[in-house]
Write a protein that binds this ligand. Structure first.
Ligand SMILES: C[S@@+](CC[C@H](N)C(=O)[O-])C[C@H]1O[C@@H](n2cnc3c(N)ncnc32)[C@H](O)[C@@H]1O
Length: 279
């Protein structure tokens, strides 16, 4: 099986959800960009004040991801497939970014509310979605400004992997869902971290960072790797039942649109998708 581009053991592997210079390595993981990446076994040197600064690079990020393989032909179609029929469902888009999923869900008949911790991203979402869209600035790590049981579904696409501790965020997402409601989410695939850093402890919860260039603008994203069992344990502890774990293929048309990136591959490792049911 031919790889689109080579990927050495310590090549930077982008899991941010951007499509910058994406290739698929021999191990089948998505590789984006070639900027320095680092990981550390405990919180330390990375300056939290300047990482994940969507207020600064949000516009460039939104432009980059509008049509990218990883976002437009992989993550968003996978989330929408998992959501299925959403007409008249009350849906919360947590960490909505510039609102592409909000827009798609609304177009399918859902009643959507969105929030994001970045003022810039909410501003971009407002431009996309219009003045009447239910949007606000809020942090998924803090108590959310919604009553108990408000939503049929919560979407958390490429957000939770920025957080070290999922306990409070998952409890809040569970609280705002009605019983039987669904949390549909995507996070960095934990296997990819081990492929990237064979010397790292897969079983540890570990912070790692990577620099990207979004539409010509540099930015650093910092993630928290955790093993799969830590994810599923956290879901159970927060009152969710894991209904689906998905490793989707890219959407139809991806191969024709991105032949150099995909080559003959049907699929690649990048994110892991879950459907969780509120019990
Ligand atoms: C990779 S983007 C994904 C955007 C959107 N969910 C999507 O899939 O297109 C991550 C978004 O999460 C937001 N975010 C990061 N940490 C957050 C937090 N603690 N609370 C709310 N939003 C957060 C960022 O501002 C950014 O807009």
């Amino acid at each position: 099986m031919a790889a689109a581009k080579s990927c050495d053991a310590h090549a930077s592997v982008g899991l941010s959800g951007v499509g910058v210079e994406l290739a698929v390595c021999q191990a089948g993981c998505a590789r984006i960009g070639c900027m320095p990446s680092t990981f550390e076994s405990s919180a330390g040197s990375v300056d939290e004040a300047v990482v994940n600064d969507y207020d600064t690079f949000g516009e460039a990020y939104a432009a980059e991801t509008e049509t990218s393989l990883i976002n437009a032909y992989y993550t968003r179609p996978a989330i929408l497939d998992l959501a299925g029929e959403v007409t008249d469902r009350q849906i919360l888009d947590a960490g909505c970014g510039s609102g592409p999923l909000f827009e798609a869900l609304r177009g399918r008949g859902a009643i959507v509310t969105g929030f994001d911790s970045s003022t810039k991203m909410v501003e971009l979402a407002r431009q996309r979605l219009g003045d009447t869209a239910a949007l606000q600035v809020a942090d998924i790590g803090s108590p959310l400004p919604f009553p108990d049981g408000t939503f049929d579904d919560v979407i958390a696409s490429l957000v939770l992997h920025y957080l070290e501790d999922w306990t409070a965020p998952l409890a809040e997402l569970r609280r705002v869902l009605r019983p039987g409601g669904r949390l549909i989410m995507a996070v960095n695939h934990p296997t990819v971290f081990k492929l990237l850093y064979p010397e790292a402890d897969y079983f540890a919860t570990v912070k790692w960072s990577e620099e990207y260039t979004f539409s010509g603008q540099k930015g650093t994203l910092t993630y928290w790797h955790r093993p799969l069992h830590a994810m599923t344990d956290a879901f159970t502890a927060a009152g969710f039942r894991t209904a689906v774990i998905s490793e989707p293929h890219p959407a139809p048309g991806a191969r024709e649109r991105f032949p150099d990136d995909l080559g003959e591959r049907q699929a690649f490792l990048c994110f892991l998708f879950f459907v969780l049911e509120a019990v």
